[in-house]
Design a protein around this ligand. Structure first.
Ligand SMILES: [Zn+2]
Length: 180
């Protein structure tokens, strides 16, 4: 998926800058990327986490990895002194057995917030943030809007010209820039 690092790194850098309390200015320890179309979704998730935990609670959390997997958002974090908190119910159910009981106030709420964001990501185009759906395109699971799905089919490798993007932007957002 990260065929163009510039494109995926930039939203993550913006996210880290926008949430200094949660990220403490550092990239997640495990290689991460954030598709542009999900920036607003994850930005909201981070804001909700910060509001729920407060500065002290945030200090107890470490965001370990943010990525796309099987066309859906994955957002992994862990509590200080605990094992990784993998909330990955759809594809890796067995891992949830290793999640330890919540020891931080609001931890259950955090888990619910993350689960909701990951579920929502399956309905948001990972390219542009418009309404989309989870698709299987030639073995690749991706969540795309209709125009971006067509673009993917036309170009195969997922690349597109600037003109393509302008056309897509107009067709899915009536000329509005992608939601950020
Ligand atoms: Zn799209």
């Amino acid at each position: 998926m990260p065929s163009n690092p510039d494109r995926v790194e930039e939203p993550l850098a913006r996210l880290i800058a926008a949430h200094p309390v949660l990220f403490r200015g550092k990239e997640p320890a495990i290689s991460s990327f954030l598709p542009e179309g999900w920036y607003a979704l994850v930005d909201r998730l981070c804001s909700d986490m910060e509001a729920t935990l407060g500065p002290q609670g945030c200090a107890a959390y470490e965001v370990r990895q943010v990525k796309e997997k099987f066309g859906a958002l994955r957002f992994y974090c862990r509590l200080q002194g605990e094992g990784d908190l993998y909330v990955d119910l759809k594809f890796e159910v067995s891992r949830s057995r290793f999640v330890k009981p919540a020891v931080v106030e609001g931890a259950d709420r955090i888990r619910a917030l993350i689960e909701q964001a990951m579920a929502d990501s399956e309905h948001i185009c990972q390219r542009c943030g418009c309404a989309g759906s989870l698709r299987n395109l030639g073995g690749w699971h991706v969540t795309l809007c209709e125009p971006h799905s067509e673009e993917h089919a036309n170009h195969g490798d997922g690349t597109a010209t600037v003109r393509d993007h302008e056309a897509i932007r107009v067709s899915c957002g009536a000329g509005n820039p992608p939601v950020r």
